[in-house]
Design a protein around this ligand. Structure first.
Ligand SMILES: *Cc1c(COP(=O)(O)O)cnc(C)c1O
Length: 365
């Protein structure tokens, strides 16, 4: 052995992350919505503060943070069950509906199992699937920015365990009709869990999307996913839920991280459901704004698919997208850009929406 070899540092091998983890995209923090002049329209949050009753409930619960929350979330599950006309056995809660979705995927998928979803859709889908060691199967949206359910049905294999349907779809805002989902459910095997992600259901016009509860009652392999993060304005508190057949809901509760839903979140969610009418008034105002700005954008020359969420979707090629991203940046308006696809803009208060309209006017076709 030469002196040189003796002096060389021994090779250090660091503990290895799983391949599924190294393949995941890094989280890129967005610009913080500091300054009063920044419009935060990138995350589909409610621009309203939480409902007053929710703030009161959190303040009251804050004094008991030395205690663990109710792990079974009994009161909240009972309140959700009453809200939906089901039993608490059919309800599982989690830290946001993303948390519940992770429980669904880890609860149902072994390594190599397949999860089918539309693309583009919610960005958390491929991440949760890959993290579980399962295989994401992305089915391109149709030419109207909606789910291509025939292609999704055709993609089913014997490894398919879960299918995710997002209605209205994030980021395009396009809903899936009741009849189309029902035909789909008739076509897919009953041992595949069909998750209907309704994060924006409160913003949808009645009848535009499915009567998911009716589908759930008819097809026990349906699971409905809902959240308090959007219309209820509790994005920062992390609470969402699934409605599923009792045996599945029980499994989801078992896969949950213990105590993941804080007492503050549980209390705030109950209080928010109790204040449902106030929530509905706020949602009505956002829907009115959605109609107003969609009409103005159309008048400016933009061609948009009607959105049933609290956001608008502008499909854009690379050149247009780069132009828009730059313009929004300069204007201090935070929006969500999707490389190669387009830009999603949250509908908020009239002042912010007007800023968006003024900006887009300058770039209309
Ligand atoms: C925002 C969103 C959710 C909800 O996420 P939370 O974890 O409940 O905050 C779920 N699904 C879709 C499609 C969403 O856009």
């Amino acid at each position: 052995m030469t002196a040189e070899q003796l002096l060389a540092a021994p090779a250090t091998v660091l503990p290895a992350l799983r391949g599924a983890v190294t393949g995941l995209p890094s989280y890129v923090p967005g610009r913080r919505s500091a300054g009063a002049d920044i419009a935060a329209l990138a995350s589909n949050e409610s621009h309203y503060e939480p409902l007053p009753a929710a703030i009161t409930a959190v303040a009251e619960a804050a004094g008991k943070m030395n205690r663990y929350p109710d792990m079974a979330a009994v009161e909240l599950r009972e309140r959700i069950a009453r809200h939906l006309g089901v039993t608490p056995n059919e309800v599982a809660v989690g830290p946001g509906s993303v948390g519940v979705l992770q429980q669904i995927i880890t609860g149902l998928c072994d390594a190599g199992d397949e999860v089918i979803f539309a693309w583009r859709s919610f960005e958390a889908y491929p991440i949760l699937v890959e993290l579980a060691g399962a295989r994401p199967v992305r089915i391109p949206l149709d030419h109207l920015e909606g789910h291509d359910l025939s292609a999704m049905a055709a993609a089913v294999t014997e490894r398919t365990k879960v299918i995710l349907l997002c209605t209205p779809n994030n980021p395009t805002g396009v809903p899936i009709s009741h009849d189309r989902i029902e035909a789909f459910l008739r076509a897919v095997r009953s041992d595949i869990l069909v998750v209907i992600d309704e994060a924006y259901v409160e913003y949808a016009e009645a009848g535009s999307g499915p009567d998911s509860l009716a589908l759930y009652r008819q097809y026990p392999n349906v699971c409905i996913l809902r959240t308090f993060s959007k219309a209820y304005g509790l994005a920062g508190l992390r609470v969402g839920y699934a409605l599923a057949a009792p045996a599945i809901a029980e499994g989801l509760r078992r896969t949950a991280l213990p105590f993941a839903v804080s007492a503050l979140a549980q209390k705030a969610a109950v209080a928010s459901l109790d204040a449902g009418e106030e929530m509905a008034e706020r949602v009505a105002a956002v829907k009115q704004e959605r109609v107003r700005i969609a009409a103005e954008l159309e008048a400016q020359g933009w061609k948009l698919q009607p959105s049933q969420g609290n956001f608008l979707w502008i499909r854009a090629d690379e050149v247009l997208l780069a132009t828009l991203v730059e313009a929004f940046n300069v204007a201090g308006i935070m929006v969500r850009a999707y490389q190669g696809d387009g830009v999603r803009i949250t509908v908020a208060d009239p002042t912010s929406n007007d800023r968006v309209l003024r900006l887009l006017e300058a770039h209309a076709a």
